[in-house]
Design a protein around this ligand. Structure first.
Ligand code: F0G
Length: 458
């Protein structure tokens, strides 16, 4: 028999988590105004709110913390990070930032003007927020297959090149860059193929446009290329990563994902002039160019994490754990985005809760149910997260209404995944009895999902 995959690590330290009763959880979620972000972590048993900053660092990363150089300027930690970014990703210039959205803030301040259009593949919410905040428009050019949850397209994060070319032709001089999210979080943690990245770059060159990769989960994207795209099966993850970034002019990075650190981010540049212009905003918003909102020790851990995060055995264990949860849910017929995502399972609340009207926020309703059922915290990726249309102020109802179960890296075991699957299966069994959801009582004008307050709808 072929030996199965297994985690290429063992556990050296544990953190206890607390169980609770359904009655306690009902009271807590009511106090939290039915917003899962408002719960205390101690009120959550298994926390799948996000895979961002929630992973477990390795012993090598922890030891790197001790070697951090906290000099204001020119710290050795900056150079350690610079070397890792050049060696692994191929960008000669970079600016550290405190996290991914800060990288967006700095880069977009440099490149986006009011009235611009930024085409891409289902922009992440902070990315879209930073575009719309500057009175520009994010244009989604994702392939149609991405929105059909049963379609088994291996690269549902891909850009539809016809849609992209149309947008670029139409708004040509108002497009400062194209942004590609790898993997595409909003589409369900779905990868973009190497062929697609290559074609996007070719199209961008034809129209003289820059290409930015939103790279939070670039290593997971590389893993999918290796196992799904012809010609890459014998390449290492690091070789694939190098080729991927050869098609980008810049990258924004939330290091809280594939660099397996709790906090951190950066922008990578190939053009020294854009790097220079962005440095001004980095100094204003983040910090001097050699620390940009990060401690020296954190830059060290990040450099080490980039190396570990681009190793095949680690990625296999990580992505197979997500697939394990996906498969168990499929066994119970739970509807979800397929194929399974790299970092998360996206449960389809439209299909799951047919009797709840969409005006009652189906995905939020399911997220709250799951919390009450098992103390499992997911997150709504649906109407609440989609915000209102900046012009009409009406709710934007996205094509898919998901509850995302994001799996932190190296943090939970497959027994935890089993627990989550059973909790959801229990709700699925009584899904037809769930007929009402929630109404909003407070919302912020942008990125409302973080602070929204709700009450039970009648
Ligand atoms: N881009 C993508 C694709 C993301 O998923 C995120 C964050 C960001 C940018 C922003 O990075 O959080 O470091 O400021 N995603 C988290 C999530 C929050 O839960 O998916 P950040």
């Amino acid at each position: 028999m072929n030996l199965p995959y297994a985690e290429p690590f063992k556990i050296k330290m544990v953190e206890n988590i607390k169980k609770s009763t359904k009655e306690e959880r009902k009271a807590w979620i009511e106090q939290a105004k039915y917003n899962l972000f408002n719960l205390k972590s101690s009120q959550v048993f298994i926390d799948l709110l996000t895979d961002s900053g929630t992973g477990a660092m390795s012993d090598k990363q922890w030891s790197e913390l001790m070697l951090g150089d906290e000099s204001y300027a020119g710290a050795s930690s900056f150079y350690k990070m610079k070397d890792a970014i050049f060696k692994i990703l191929g960008f000669p210039y970079f600016l550290p930032t405190h996290q991914g959205r800060a990288a967006e803030n700095v880069l977009f301040s440099t490149l986006i003007k009011s009235g611009d259009f930024i085409p891409g593949n289902s922009h992440f919410d902070t990315t879209k927020g930073h575009i719309e905040f500057r009175k520009a428009t994010a244009v989604d050019c994702t392939i149609d297959e991405a929105f059909d949850i049963e379609n088994m397209h291996p690269f549902k994060g891909n850009v539809d090149l016809n849609k992209l070319e149309e947008v670029v032709k139409k708004h040509n001089e108002k497009i400062p860059f194209i942004i590609i999210t790898i993997t595409c979080n909003t589409a369900g943690g779905q990868p973009v193929s190497m062929q697609n990245l290559r074609d996007i770059k070719k199209l961008a060159e034809k129209y003289n446009k820059l290409v930015v990769f939103d790279s939070a989960r670039f290593a997971e994207n590389a893993y999918f290329i290796k196992i799904r795209e012809k010609g890459y099966e014998n390449k290492t993850i690091k070789e694939i990563v190098k080729e991927m970034f050869s098609y980008a002019d810049m990258m924004t990075m939330s290091s809280k994902k594939d660099a397996i650190v709790n906090m951190g981010g950066f922008i990578g540049f190939k053009d020294p002039e854009i790097y220079r212009q962005a440095s001004v905003f980095n100094i204003m918003f983040e910090g001097f160019v050699t620390y940009g909102g990060m401690s020296g020790r954190d830059m060290n851990a990040l450099a080490q994490g980039l190396d570990e995060g681009t190793e095949f055995d680690y990625l296999q264990a990580r992505i197979e754990q997500v697939a394990y949860l996906g498969q168990r849910l499929l066994d119970f017929n739970v509807p979800m985005q397929k194929p399974f995502g790299g970092h998360a399972i996206f449960v389809d609340a439209n299909k799951f809760l047919p009797n709840v009207p969409r005006e009652h926020y189906k995905a939020q309703t399911l997220g709250v149910e799951l919390y009450i059922e098992g103390g499992v915290r997911g997150v709504e990726i649906g109407t609440i997260m989609a915000d209102r249309d900046p012009e009409t102020k009406q709710n934007r109802y996205p094509k898919n209404e998901f509850v995302r179960l994001a799996i932190p890296r190296r943090t939970y075991t497959n027994n935890h995944m089993e627990y989550v699957a059973i909790a959801l299966a229990n709700i699925y069994e009584r899904r037809n009895e769930i007929k009402t959801g929630y109404e909003i009582t407070y919302e912020a004008p942008i990125l409302r999902h973080f602070t929204v307050e709700l009450k039970k709808a009648r």
